[in-house]
Design a binder for this molecule. Structure first.
Ligand SMILES: *Cc1c(COP(=O)(O)O)cnc(C)c1O
Length: 378
């Protein structure tokens, strides 16, 4: 018998309510029935984004919402600042480049958080910068950036702040309005407990001003068209109907739970995971700014990191993530976001211990599980 544990930072496991909603007979989208759902989920998303701004649902993965932010805000030849401390920060630069936008890159050491005062300096030095592209949780390194402080720095300037919260939203705190985030993008398959296929994007009044004059080519991701449609509780194109219906189930679960409880649970699971890794003698990749959504851990010397992840998955049905790009084979990542619970974390750590032991790594068997249990028992 096989039982799979999915502990990856996207996709994340699906709650039964979400699976059930995905399996329902499809309804037509130009109907009062679907309009009621669209209205409800748009309001629900605003709660999760903690915003009064417009929030749109796109039929794309999270990257589509990133691309929507770039092409709607900027014109070819415009300057933007991209904060790059991992694979997903790099994506902002790549999207800008694809559209002929000059991305000034602020390189942040992988495993560290961006320094808000550096961003302030960059903006002062180059007043032409129209947008600052950042990442809430840099999933590739397990770092959470201080978006609140970055928001304070950007707010006083003419530039807009754009935040990739694809893996952070619904897992760790993000107050879109209170932190002056002009555009926040997210995706369905991480903290929001859905299959992949939906992108989300919130737009502030300051961002709309820029959008009005932006001239990058766009069609599918035209946010002004999305706005016009949503004013009539509609979408410009066929929405991903069953995903939107499933989103209403996920949002209901989140409302019943409350954001406060959700953030607390993630914090606790992250702490348990970090303590477990330390108890196993393993080193965290981002010890000073560790994310509560995903933990990146250095692969110990003498252990094949890719084989570790593969054995856990293929022999024991526990899927964690390896390292991306330059971190391939050097780190592994355990997600604790969305529909992942304490017992899943215990199962994951227990499996990690089993495989580490088989691979000849020396430690006290059970030490990681014990450390995690102690955090959960607090
Ligand atoms: C997963 C992720 C993405 C990519 O999202 P897709 O849904 O795969 O397009 C971008 N940024 C961050 C921070 C992510 O975690």
């Amino acid at each position: 018998m096989k039982k799979n544990y999915l502990l990856t930072p996207g996709p994340t496991p699906l709650p039964p309510q979400v699976c059930e909603a995905m399996a329902r007979p499809i309804i037509h989208h130009r109907t009062p029935q679907f309009q009621a759902v669209l209205k409800e989920v748009t309001e629900g998303l605003k709660l999760v984004f903690q915003t009064k701004n417009d929030v749109f649902i796109l039929a794309s993965s999270g990257t589509g919402a990133m691309e929507a932010a770039v092409v709607n805000l900027l014109s070819p030849g415009d300057s933007a600042l991209a904060i790059q401390g991992g694979k997903f920060g790099e994506r902002w630069t790549e999207i800008c480049q694809a559209y002929g936008i000059t991305a000034e890159v602020m390189d942040v050491e992988w495993g560290e958080a961006a320094d808000p005062s550096q961003i302030e300096k960059k903006l002062k030095a180059n007043p032409k910068i129209k947008a600052v592209f950042t990442t809430l949780c840099e999933t590739s390194t397990g770092v959470t950036n201080d978006i609140e402080a970055i928001g304070k720095a950007v707010k006083e300037t003419a530039a807009v702040l754009v935040v990739d919260a694809i893996s952070g939203l619904g897992a760790i705190p993000l107050s879109t309005d209170a932190w002056s985030c002009d555009i926040v993008v997210s995706g369905s398959q991480k903290g929001l407990m859905l299959p992949p296929g939906l992108g989300f994007i919130s737009v502030s009044p300051k961002a709309w001003k820029l959008i009005e004059s932006a001239k990058s080519p766009k069609y599918y991701f035209d946010l002004e068209a999305a706005k016009k449609a949503l004013e009539k509780t509609d979408t410009p194109f066929t929405p991903a109907i069953n995903l939107v219906v499933a989103l209403s189930e996920a949002l209901n679960m989140m409302k019943a739970d409350s954001l406060e409880n959700i953030f607390l649970r993630h914090k606790k699971m992250a702490e348990a995971t970090r303590q477990a890794m330390k108890a196993l003698g393993l080193e965290l990749f981002a010890p000073t700014c560790a994310s509560d959504a995903v933990t990146a851990v250095k692969v110990p010397a003498g252990i094949d990191g890719e084989k570790l992840v593969k054995t856990m998955r293929d022999t024991y049905d526990v899927t964690i993530a390896g390292g991306q790009a330059e971190l391939k084979g050097k780190v592994f990542r355990i997600a604790h976001m969305g529909y992942i619970e304490k017992t899943d974390i215990i199962a994951g750590i227990s499996c990690l211990e089993k495989v580490l032991q088989q691979m000849g790594y020396k430690f006290n068997l059970g030490a990681g599980v014990k450390a995690a249990q102690e955090v959960f028992n607090d």
